[in-house]
Write a protein that binds this ligand. Structure first.
Ligand SMILES: [Zn+2]
Length: 73
């Protein structure tokens, strides 16, 4: 699995970004990285069942919300 969120976080400084949108829910370690960078809102399309992201979001008070894929056609 490609950890795009870690690469993403190398693009901005801590506290600069508040919102992240990903295709798949961040995995546990990426979620921790995003938390460390001060992200407050995360939007994703697909649930990643092995991720502890929802529990981490609860602990840190981060908004973690699923955005359903748009209907085709
Ligand atoms: Zn990851």
């Amino acid at each position: 699995m490609l950890h795009a969120e870690v690469n993403l976080c190398s693009l901005f400084k801590r506290g600069e970004a508040k919102l992240v949108a990903t295709t798949t829910m961040p995995c546990t370690s990426c979620m921790q990285t995003l938390c460390a960078y001060g992200i407050k809102e995360i939007y994703f399309r697909e649930i990643y069942k092995e991720s502890d992201a929802p529990a981490i979001a609860k602990v840190y008070g981060i908004k973690l919300e699923q955005i359903p894929a748009p209907e085709e056609g």
